[in-house]
Design a protein around this ligand. Structure first.
Ligand SMILES: NC(=O)c1ccc[n+]([C@@H]2O[C@H](COP(=O)([O-])OP(=O)(O)OC[C@H]3O[C@@H](n4cnc5c(N)ncnc54)[C@H](O)[C@@H]3O)[C@@H](O)[C@H]2O)c1
Ligand SMILES: O=P(O)(O)OC[C@H](O)CO
Length: 335
């Protein structure tokens, strides 16, 4: 999924949902994965056999897809949001509401920027977030899942998003903490990479549980470092501990990091991603680099040994086995 534009009039209900892609060059390759010949739309590449529903329309023309839309859902690997937003400037309704499902962040010279903030600033519209323990394949099979909507000041808008996304098998909870919810979704991908290293080195469940705990602790500290407003309770929502668990056991970041460690770091993430994910993108590796940049810039790398080590392993400066050695060599965060 790249970008969903939901055209929804107040009280009209869930009438028309358009899936569009962000870059002309990619249109053919991406849309070729969506079979329109079937009675209902199907993503034959990533979700074969799953009917997307009669109200899903694939539109290769992004400008046309956003025209008149009052609710915009952004779901793309965060590497591409820059170009997508730039192409949408001046084309969306000024009263449109956006929501981002994107787990990642932008790091600029002036500092880190949440994707929801970026969308909001580029397009001049409000942007909420939806994050959670949401492996796409399981949701597609209608297995029970939860998610968290992070919103700013407008509870009414949050309730609209909750209503829009909720199904009998998908339970959505609103939380007034955009930054906390979004950063949880972003940072859990770094923890997933660490969990994959542990799996690839057959270090066992206790080690993996320890890595998850260290990871959650660093997630909380990093969130509070960037935004003092982040609420502790957000870490107990689906966007927090639940997403860390699901991604450390069933996600793509874990899977590719496991292969990286099994190969002793000799095959690059880039190569493994291309081979294993069929065009899908890993968020954990770029996010680890972005987090590292933020910490380095602020002179705080020593306080975040897990995050720092993940990036140093991904970039080839340390071997995968360093994922557990780091804790003996470097000072730990306060518990
Ligand atoms: N897949 C999941 O289970 C899941 C669950 C929750 C949240 N997310 C988050 O949602 C976001 C999107 O994840 P996804 O799994 O849908 O993405 P994905 O990795 O499946 O990639 C989606 C598509 O983006 C395409 N793409 C490549 N280059 C592009 C470009 N230049 N411009 C636009 N698109 C391009 C890829 O070809 C791919 O088809 C990520 O931030 C992810 O963390 C994913
Ligand atoms: O497959 P991953 O590792 O990108 O994780 C997917 C989702 O973010 C899990 O909630």
């Amino acid at each position: 999924m790249v970008l969903m534009i939901i055209k929804l009039g107040l009280n009209q209900g869930f009438q028309l949902l358009v899936v569009a892609v962000g870059e002309v060059l990619l249109l053919n390759s991406l849309l070729s994965t969506l079979s329109t010949s079937a009675l209902f739309m199907e993503n034959v590449k990533y979700l074969p056999g799953i009917k997307l529903g009669k109200n899903v329309i694939a539109d290769p023309d992004l400008d046309n897809a956003v025209k008149g839309a009052n609710m915009l859902v952004f779901v793309t690997p965060h590497q591409f949001i820059d170009n997508i937003c730039k192409s949408l400037v001046g084309k969306v309704r000024s009263d449109a509401e956006a929501i981002s499902l994107i787990k990642g962040m932008e790091v600029k010279i002036e500092g880190p920027c949440l994707i929801s903030t970026y969308i909001s600033e580029q397009l001049g519209i409000n942007c909420s977030v939806l994050m959670g323990a949401n492996l796409a394949s399981e949701i597609a099979e209608e297995k029970f899942s939860e998610a968290t909507v992070g919103y700013g000041n407008n509870r009414e808008i949050a309730e609209q998003w909750v209503q829009l996304f909720t199904t009998p098998y998908f339970m959505v909870t609103p939380v007034q903490d955009v930054e906390g919810v979004e950063l949880c979704g972003t940072l859990k991908n770094v923890v997933a990479i660490a969990a994959g290293f542990v799996d690839g080195l057959d270090m066992g469940n206790n080690t993996k549980a320890a890595i998850i705990r260290f990871g959650l602790r660093e997630m909380r500290e990093f969130c509070k470092l960037l935004f003092s407003s982040v609420k502790d309770d957000s870490f107990f929502e689906s966007c927090g501990v639940a997403d860390v668990i699901t991604t450390c056991f069933g996600g793509r970041n874990r899977k590719v990091a496991e292969a990286f460690a099994k190969n002793g770091g000799k095959r690059s993430f880039y190569e493994l991603e291309a081979e294993m994910l069929q065009g899908q993108k890993l968020q954990g590796v770029p996010t680890a680099r972005e987090v590292y940049e933020v910490l380095r810039h602020r002179g705080l790398l020593e306080l975040f040994p897990l995050f720092a080590t993940v990036h140093e392993i991904c970039s080839g400066c340390l071997p995968p086995s360093a994922i557990v050695i780091y804790s003996e060599k470097k000072p730990r965060l306060p518990v």
